[in-house]
Design a protein around this ligand. Structure first.
Ligand SMILES: Nc1ncnc2c1ncn2[C@@H]1O[C@H](COP(=O)(O)OP(=O)(O)O)[C@@H](O)[C@H]1O
Ligand SMILES: [Mg+2]
Length: 282
């Protein structure tokens, strides 16, 4: 096995020998190989490999500015990678238009800031993807579907007619989640969904996400720096460091990696608290 194959195996969590054959137990919904991203002289990703498996919650962690959001934006076709390949649902995304077309129909996205339309009500916000992609449906059916997603996201029916500014931060996240789920996606992208929430709001959001994921079976690509989220709901964790995926695997394996950022992140005082919530109250 070459050094590159070894690195690929660590990043994707599967043997490089099987990578192209497709492991039926771990079908990759997203398959990234040799991804390069740079802004001028600023190299963000270099030879980055990552698989996201069907039905998992994969958490992507890494230091601030390590390229987590850029990675998500490349998959979504919102920026054009410098090199490498990205396959989603078995289709190689050859250009950004391809990616946007496939992704906008089959994936839901919750951006870092929630990005709700402030001039639209909650119901209208959740209807936006339905209007873009399900023009075959009548307005009444679209509204009923939007209402069902609002309810699914744990919001009271009375929230539908409110504007985002009238809601708490936690409720706005739920609206963004309802909107991301509007088209019943197979794949859900979330960029720091619990950032800005208090710990109780964050834990509620995590639980909701886990419950919906189990019930509906979608795959989750979740960027987070929230250790509580990692310990509470993630199936695997991928670490971005040194411009690539350092490793992807179960949390107990990732915690043991011999890397400076990983040690600081997973073995600092906040990690101890997240692992053992009772011990933090002193
Ligand atoms: N549109 C852009 N133009 C130039 N540089 C960018 C752009 N977007 C992100 N970057 C740079 O890429 C790096 C990674 O950013 P990002 O993916 O947002 O980090 P994070 O891991 O915190 O999400 C940062 O150094 C950031 O300044
Ligand atoms: Mg970011």
């Amino acid at each position: 096995m070459t050094v590159n194959e070894q690195a690929a195996e660590r990043a994707t969590g599967q043997s490089a020998g099987h990578a192209s054959g497709g492991d039926p137990e771990h079908e990759a919904v997203i398959r990234i190989r040799g991804l390069d991203n740079r802004f001028g002289a600023n190299v963000i990703h270099e030879e980055l490999d990552l698989d996201v498996r069907r039905g998992e919650i994969l958490a992507v962690v890494g230091g601030s500015g390590s390229g987590k959001s850029v990675l998500m934006r490349s998959i979504l076709g919102l920026l054009r990678p410098h090199g490498g390949s990205i396959e989603v649902f078995g289709q190689r995304l050859m250009d950004t238009e391809d990616a946007q077309r496939i992704i906008s129909r089959r994936a839901g996205v919750l951006f870092q800031d929630g990005a709700l339309f402030s001039s639209l009500t909650v119901l209208e916000n959740v209807e936006v993807p339905l209007k873009s992609h399900r023009s075959d449906l009548s307005g009444q059916v679209r509204r009923d579907l939007a209402r069902s997603k609002i309810q699914l996201s744990g919001l009271p029916a009375s929230a539908s007619s409110k504007f985002p500014s009238e809601l708490s931060g936690g409720m706005r996240k739920r609206v963004a989640l309802a909107r991301a789920l509007a088209l019943e996606p197979e794949l859900l992208f979330l960029d720091e969904p619990t950032a800005g929430l208090d710990p109780i709001g964050a834990a509620d959001f995590d639980r909701l996400l886990r419950t919906l994921q189990r019930a509906l079976g979608f795959t989750v690509f979740l960027i987070t720096h929230d250790l509580d989220t990692l310990y509470a709901i993630c199936d695997r964790v991928a670490v971005i460091a040194d411009r690539k995926i350092l490793a992807a695997g179960p949390l107990d394996e990732i915690e043991q990696l011999d890397h400076e950022w990983v040690r600081e992140y997973f073995h600092g005082p906040r990690a101890r608290a997240a692992r053992n919530p009772e011990s933090t109250r002193d």
